[in-house]
Ligand binder design. Structure first.
Ligand SMILES: N[C@@H](CCC(=O)N[C@@H](CS)C(=O)NCC(=O)O)C(=O)O
Length: 215
């Protein structure tokens, strides 16, 4: 039995989208970071770092969104995380690329524009946003080229890398980041948006988002 402990921001959304796309049965447990539920003894007993997401599986616990995504896909022997070593490495390479490059900078802008005001953490640093946006633009350019010949990130096949990346990419809406310069990236984003698994995850977290921003 899998249980995903998470919030509704990108680090939790990545494994959430992955697990839903894998078609595994799991329970989602919302951890409210805004009320510091991640600082309780109960939560700390699951993870030494006090951060979401955490995966609970048959009494064992794992943290780090990429690790959780790969672990569940491996346990399930899913074709969305191919067994062939080179194909699997290509999935890994795109997950790492998103984590270290465009995902990192989109998350910086999200922090500046959404989290800071919501959590009273001070003013948005416009210079930091501008610098981050320049990196995102530079780092989405290779994808625009990739999608000239491919529909998905790795091995020209839908994989956990695509839905993992979605967790980062969808932040463009909240931060008002235009993908106009990247029509093929935008089309790929559209394909991910239309997946039934994407809709199921969004419906599951929507009440928590509404409650968080209503108060
Ligand atoms: N590298 C980690 C990042 C996890 C992370 O930063 N989680 C944030 C939420 S997006 C968190 O739990 N923050 C609460 C805190 O640090 O107190 C992953 O990918 O899972």
């Amino acid at each position: 039995m899998y249980r995903l402990h998470g919030f509704f921001t990108q680090n939790s959304m990545k494994p959430h989208y992955v697990m839903e796309a894998l078609g595994v049965e799991f329970e989602f447990r919302f951890v409210n970071l805004m009320t510091l539920e991640n600082r309780t003894d109960e939560f700390r007993a699951m993870t030494p770092i006090g951060k979401v997401p955490v995966l609970e599986h048959d009494g064992e616990f794992l943290f780090e969104s990429g690790t959780i995504s790969r672990y569940v896909a491996s346990v399930e022997k899913s074709p969305l995380y191919p067994a062939d070593k080179l194909e699997r490495a290509r999935v890994d390479q795109w997950m790492t690329y998103f984590t270290c490059h465009p995902g990192r900078w989109l998350t910086e802008i999200y922090f500046q524009r959404v989290i800071k005001p919501a959590a009273n953490l001070g003013e948005t640093d416009e210079a930091a946003c501008e610098r981050a946006a320049q990196f995102v633009n530079m780092q989405l350019a290779p994808l625009e080229q990739l999608f000239e010949a491919a529909s998905w990130l790795a091995n020209d096949a839908f994989s956990i890398a695509d839905v993992f990346a979605l967790g980062y990419l969808e932040q463009v809406h909240a931060i008002d980041f235009s993908l106009e310069a990247f029509p093929r990236v935008n089309a790929w984003f559209g394909r991910l948006d239309e997946l039934e698994s994407t809709a199921r995850v969004r419906a599951r977290v929507r009440p928590y988002i509404e409650a968080a921003f209503a108060s």
